[in-house]
Design a protein around this ligand. Structure first.
Ligand code: PEP
Length: 250
């Protein structure tokens, strides 16, 4: 089994001062893990968090980026801007961006390509809604998201991407996918990647689970054969809860 990649998605939470407090608490709690620890923070916290985590095992990510390098895109941030700061990862296509900000598989692909070109490592989110699951469309939706959202992605690029399977019905709801539901969906997604990139590339690909993962359910989820880590929202806002998830898989 691979070591796990545990990423926190702070969403639109934590002022600069609050970020400083959280990171200061987190650093000693996760310093002895063999797992990879990432915090994806609001743009306004990036510089603070980058400075505080320098020389530690905590990696830093943003939560979105545009696909253009610069220009008349008011309110947007380019991959080059993030890379210049020293940001390593960027979340792309989170369901909240798909739902509230019109993100599509096509814009996910554009952002992913641009992030890769700037040297960032994208964490690309996919996942079905509750209605889609209830209608028996989960596999169809995941296949579409992978086929369309990774259309021009080369095998070399895929090796620099993390995929997060996040069923929309489990995000921020307190309803977690069961260990088997999460593992089955991720194994299915891995199979879709295997058909395009081959079994070796698909096996090497990190696919996280996200959706109400917490310190109580993380050990079970992370023990599953296909789950390579977690993307954690709410529980990443409290240092000891996030640290417990980091340590849930030894
Ligand atoms: C997320 O924001 O990606 C997420 C999984 O949130 P939560 O853990 O709060 O469900």
């Amino acid at each position: 089994m691979k070591n796990k990649i545990i990423a926190g998605n702070w969403k639109m939470n934590k002022t600069r001062l609050q970020a400083e407090q959280l990171i200061t608490q987190l650093i000693p709690l996760v310093q002895d893990t063999a797992n990879t620890v990432i915090v994806c923070v609001p743009f306004t916290d990036l510089q603070t968090v980058l400075a505080l985590t320098k020389g530690t095992n905590i990696h830093v990510g943003a939560q979105n980026c545009h696909w253009k390098e610069s220009g008349a895109y008011t309110g947007e941030i380019s991959p080059a801007m993030l890379a210049e700061l020293g940001v390593e990862y960027v979340v792309i296509g989170h369901s909240e961006r798909r739902t509230y900000f019109g993100e599509t598989d096509q814009t996910v692909l554009l952002r992913t390509k641009a992030a890769l070109a700037a040297g960032l490592k994208p964490i690309v989110c996919i996942g079905e809604t509750l209605a889609e699951r209830n209608d028996g469309l989960t596999e169809q939706v995941l296949t579409r998201q992978v086929t369309e959202g990774f259309k021009d992605i080369t095998a070399d690029e895929l090796s620099r991407i993390i995929v997060a399977y996040e069923p929309v019905w489990a995000i921020g709801t307190g309803v977690t996918a069961t260990d088997d539901q999460a593992n089955d969906a991720i194994a299915f997604v891995r199979g879709v990647f295997a058909r395009k990139y081959g079994a070796q590339a698909a096996d090497a690909l990190y696919i996280q689970y996200g959706g109400s993962m917490n310190d109580a359910n993380a050990a079970g989820l992370l023990a599953m054969s296909d789950i390579d880590g977690g993307l954690i929202g709410g529980a990443s806002l409290v240092a000891d809860k996030f640290a417990a998830i980091v340590h849930a898989s030894k």
